[in-house]
Design a protein around this ligand. Structure first.
Ligand SMILES: C[S@@+](CC[C@H](N)C(=O)[O-])C[C@H]1O[C@@H](n2cnc3c(N)ncnc32)[C@H](O)[C@@H]1O
Length: 263
């Protein structure tokens, strides 16, 4: 019996280690290798293969995996954004989705804003494969959605072109000096009175969660840790001025949703 339990534990540990290794190689590990082999240049240099390689995108994009990565808070975070969008006046307005994301957030956001009467939805991402993948989830809305390959930190869209902008877990992916730039661009493209709906990581209140989260960021996504202090999006928006912000935290402070209205 003891040998049987030991074998199961060993197999589970092996599978866990294998999963960790896979995610490391599909995220930070690949960037380290890329940096050593060819240097890290270009505006896409920070994007992990898990977000740029179409096979990896398709392999990982399953709702249970994505929910688990966000500690099973994914539905709560998406529901908050969707319910806030439902309360916004979007009739004949344009909505921007700044960067694609895994799971059902994009279909749910698009469905909500189209039902609310939005005239057009612009989905932008720096990686074309992400746009192709997002398109495959949005068959029903093809006439209403534009898929645009653009850099969120240097957008070509005009000032004040949209009334709502959804930014779902983008900032923690960006190099630190570009995090604020993405927020400046988000503000520039919003009309006065328009809203930015931003979901991100946040510094957890519980020390145990903080320790686990810190380890996760150090190993897999080192650019995310600055959201806890120097690049805290609420602080950045308040320092920029011209915004009225509401922030709600989730799961012992591990996640946050900011609804920022442009004054
Ligand atoms: C938003 S995050 C997704 C994170 C989250 N773990 C999720 O639920 O999927 C990754 C996306 O941001 C995009 N991205 C990264 N840097 C970008 C940039 N500068 N401009 C636009 N999109 C960017 C990536 O291509 C990818 O589609």
């Amino acid at each position: 019996m003891n040998t049987w339990i030991m074998s199961v534990v060993l197999v589970l540990l092996f599978l866990l280690a294998l999963t960790g290794l896979f995610f490391f190689m599909a995220t930070r590990g690949a960037l380290l290798v890329r940096g050593l082999v060819s240097g890290s240049h270009g505006e896409k240099a920070h994007v992990y293969p898990i977000y740029s390689n179409i096979r990896l995108i398709k392999l990982v994009d399953f709702q249970p995996i994505i929910s688990a990565i966000l500690l099973f808070q994914y539905d709560r975070l998406v529901s908050k954004i969707v319910s806030e969008l439902m309360q916004s006046d979007l009739k004949n307005k344009k909505v921007l989705v700044t960067s694609c994301a895994f799971g059902n957030v994009i279909p749910l956001v698009v469905k909500t804003v189209v039902q609310a009467g939005a005239e057009r939805v612009l989905i932008v991402d720096i990686i074309n494969n992400q746009l192709v993948h997002a398109k495959s989830k949005l068959d029903h809305f093809s006439g209403k959605v534009d898929f645009i390959e653009e850099n969120a930190t240097a957008m070509k869209q005009r000032d004040g072109i949209v009334d709502a902008n959804v930014m779902f877990f983008l900032l923690h992916e960006l190099p630190h000096h570009l995090k604020g730039q993405a927020l400046i661009e988000a503000g520039r493209m919003l009309k006065p009175g328009g809203k930015l709906f931003l979901a991100e990581f946040h510094r957890p209140d519980l020390w145990i969660l903080r320790a686990l989260s810190w380890t996760y960021f150090k190993v897999f996504e080192p650019l995310g840790l600055a959201l806890w202090d120097t690049c805290d999006p609420l602080g950045c928006l308040e320092n920029m001025g011209g915004w009225t912000c509401e922030c709600t935290t989730y799961f012992f402070g591990n996640f946050q949703i900011i609804i920022a209205t442009k004054q």
